[in-house]
Design a protein around this ligand. Structure first.
Ligand code: ATP
Length: 284
C-alpha cells in the first residue's frame, strides 16, 4: 500500500480577513486504495476541504500533495461527484460518460471511448439505459451516471460530497452497494463527505471526525475495524458495528461541540486521536 498517497499538512481556511478560520491546522494522510469518509456538523468546512483537494478553492495556509505533486488547481487526476449530479441534459447517459472519457483521453477514437464508457455504465447497473436522456432518469439513476462518469476517467482520487444525500433510503442502499463493488474491483482511493454514520461504517476504511467550526479540526480518525467485505444486511449483526456507531454518534452529540468550546476558551487543541472503538485508543 502506498502510504500517504495524499498528504494534507497544516490546512487552514479563512474566508474574511479578521474572522476566525473555518478550520485550522488540518493535517491527514490517505493511502492509495483507501476509502475515507468525513463526518462533522454543518459549517465545519467539509466541502471547503473537498474543494481544496479538488483544486477548486485555495487554502489560506497549508499544502496538499498527491502522488508527490502539490495540488494547485483542478485536474483530471481527481474525479468529483457532487450531491447534484450536474449531467449535461442534452447528452444521453452514454454521451455524458463519453464526454468525460474523451476529455481524459482526447486521442481515443469514438468507438474506443464508447466501449470504455459502456463498461462503467454497466458497473453502476445502467446497462440498457445508455441512450436515455437525464430527464428520463430517476434521481438514483442520475447519481449513478455521475458515479460512472467519475470512475470512467480512472482518477487517482475520487472526491464525493454527500453523493447520496438526495436519494431515498432504498435507492441509497442500492447505489451504496454498487459503489462498494466498484471500489473493491478498482481499488479506487476515495474521500467522501457524508452525514450518515451507517453509510460511513459501510463504506469507509477510516472515518475522520471534525469538531465544530469555527477553528474546526480533525479531532479523531476512527479506524473501521469491521471486516473489509461488508454488506448492509450482515453489518448490523456484528456487535462491533454498534461500538463504532455509538462512538460516532457520541462524537457528534457531545465531543464535537466540547472541543470547539474548549478551544474558544483558550485551551490548546489536543492532537488528532486515532481510535479503534472498543478495541484500543492511541494518540497520533
Ligand atoms: N465562498 C464562501 N464565502 C464565505 N464563506 C463561505 C464560503 N463558502 C463557505 N463559507 C463558510 O465556511 C463555512 C464552512 O462551509 P462548508 O460548506 O465548507 O461547510 P460544510 O461542513 O461542508 O457544511 P455542510 O455540512 O452544511 O455542507 C460555513 O460557515 C460557510 O458559511
Amino acid at each position: 500500500m502506498d502510504h500517504n498517497f495524499l498528504s494534507v499538512q497544516g490546512l487552514s481556511k479563512r474566508y474574511a480577513a479578521g474572522a476566525p478560520p473555518v478550520f485550522e491546522q488540518v493535517s491527514f494522510g490517505i493511502d492509495r486504495g483507501e476509502f475515507v469518509c468525513v463526518i462533522g456538523h454543518s459549517g465545519c468546512g467539509k466541502t471547503t476541504i473537498l474543494n481544496v483537494l479538488a483544486g477548486l478553492e485555495a487554502a489560506s495556509d497549508g499544502v496538499v500533495i498527491m502522488d508527490r505533486r502539490e495540488i494547485k488547481g483542478p485536474s483530471l487526476d481527481r474525479g468529483v461527484v457532487f450531491q447534484s449530479h450536474a449531467l449535461m441534459p442534452w447528452f444521453s447517459v452514454l454521451g455524458n460518460v463519453v464526454f468525460a472519457v474523451r476529455s481524459r483521453w482526447p486521442d481515443w477514437s469514438r468507438a474506443r471511448a464508447e466501449e470504455h464508457a459502456r463498461r462503467f455504465i454497466a458497473m453502476v447497473g445502467l446497462k440498457g439505459a445508455e441512450h436515455k436522456k437525464p430527464s428520463e432518469l430517476s434521481g438514483g439513476m442520475k447519481q449513478r451516471v455521475g458515479i460512472a462518469r467519475a470512475f470512467s476517467i480512472e482518477p487517482k482520487m475520487l472526491l464525493m460530497d454527500e453523493p447520496f444525500g438526495a436519494l431515498d433510503a432504498l435507492t441509497r442502499g442500492v447505489v451504496q452497494d454498487e459503489l462498494l463493488k466498484i471500489c473493491a474491483a478498482t481499488g479506487q482511493t476515495v474521500f467522501m463527505i457524508t452525514h450518515d454514520v451507517d453509510e460511513a461504517i459501510l463504506l469507509a476504511d477510516k472515518i475522520f471526525l471534525m469538531s465544530n467550526g469555527p477553528q474546526a479540526c480533525i479531532a479523531e480518525v476512527v479506524i473501521n475495524t469491521l471486516p473489509k467485505t461488508r454488506s448492509r444486511e450482515a453489518m448490523h449483526h456484528d456487535p462491533q458495528f454498534y461500538r463504532i456507531r455509538n462512538h460516532l454518534v457520541d462524537f457528534l452529540v457531545h465531543r464535537s461541540r466540547q472541543i470547539q468550546a474548549a478551544q474558544a476558551s483558550g485551551v490548546p487543541r489536543p492532537p488528532t486521536r486515532i481510535v479503534m472503538p472498543g478495541l484500543e485508543q492511541a494518540v497520533a
